[in-house]
Design a protein around this ligand. Structure first.
Ligand SMILES: CC(C)(COP(=O)(O)OP(=O)(O)OC[C@H]1O[C@@H](n2cnc3c(N)ncnc32)[C@H](O)[C@@H]1OP(=O)(O)O)[C@@H](O)C(=O)NCCC(=O)NCCS
Length: 194
């Protein structure tokens, strides 16, 4: 019996901080990249991303995070091509909830911040979510998480209420015009190299 054909990897090339990156959906096979990425996080990054100190990224959790059921969410990563393997530098995802809204969340490698990765991921998440008929994206963000708030505000999210424990709820309604394809992941943002 022949092995099943590998799933095609659809990705968009982009430049972040002068280095090539590929923005593409995560899928099964990316578990080890996600686990290595998680192990690179400082405790503060884990707290900001998950809201608590998640000690370990188990294989089971990684399997679900890289390949969420299409009806429950969508996950994107930014990879830097390498000779032996590609390095995962950033992840953005949305998780659907009953009622038609979805929560977005992001994490970017500490050494790769302020290069536009979260901005590029959010642009693609908005486009995909709108194309799939999701009515609203929202995020719960610590009130002192200035970079995340900035990325969300720039993408049209507005504060809707106070969240739990000093967090703020940011939300954006989606419409048909949001589903138009973006040009390239890094294109609408100032280039750090210029
Ligand atoms: C929040 C996070 C995802 C942002 O990722 P990123 O790839 O660095 O974001 P971008 O480069 O697209 O944009 C960051 C913006 O914040 C700005 N910024 C960063 N630090 C800042 C500060 N201290 N004060 C003001 N602005 C700041 C950057 O200048 C940039 O804005 P600009 O493009 O207008 O200059 C990243 O910092 C991260 O992974 N944090 C830990 C996990 C987390 O907080 N997740 C959010 C929970 S949902």
């Amino acid at each position: 019996m022949t092995a099943p054909a590998p799933r095609p990897i659809r990705g968009s090339p982009a430049i972040f901080g002068g280095r090539p990156g590929i923005l593409r959906p995560l899928h099964s096979g990316d578990e080890q990249s996600l686990i290595s990425f998680f192990r690179s996080h400082a405790p503060e990054t884990v707290r900001q991303r998950y809201g608590y100190q998640l000690a370990e990224m188990t294989a089971e959790r990684a399997a679900w995070l890289v390949d969420p059921d299409r009806s429950s969410g969508w996950a994107l990563g930014i990879f830097e091509p390498g000779e032996r393997e590609d390095a995962l530098h950033a992840v953005g995802r949305y998780c659907l909830e009953p009622g038609g809204a979805a929560e977005v969340a992001f994490v970017v490698r500490e050494s790769k911040r302020n290069l536009g990765m979260a901005t590029a991921l959010l642009r693609e998440l908005v486009r995909t979510a709108a194309a799939r008929g999701i009515a609203e994206l929202w995020a719960q963000v610590a009130a002192d998480n200035v970079p995340m708030l900035r990325v969300l505000r720039r993408a049209g999210f507005r504060r809707v209420s106070r969240g739990e424990a000093g967090a703020v709820m940011m939300s954006r309604a989606l419409g048909a015009r949001d589903s138009r394809p973006a040009t390239s992941p890094g294109s609408a943002r100032r280039s750090p190299e210029t």
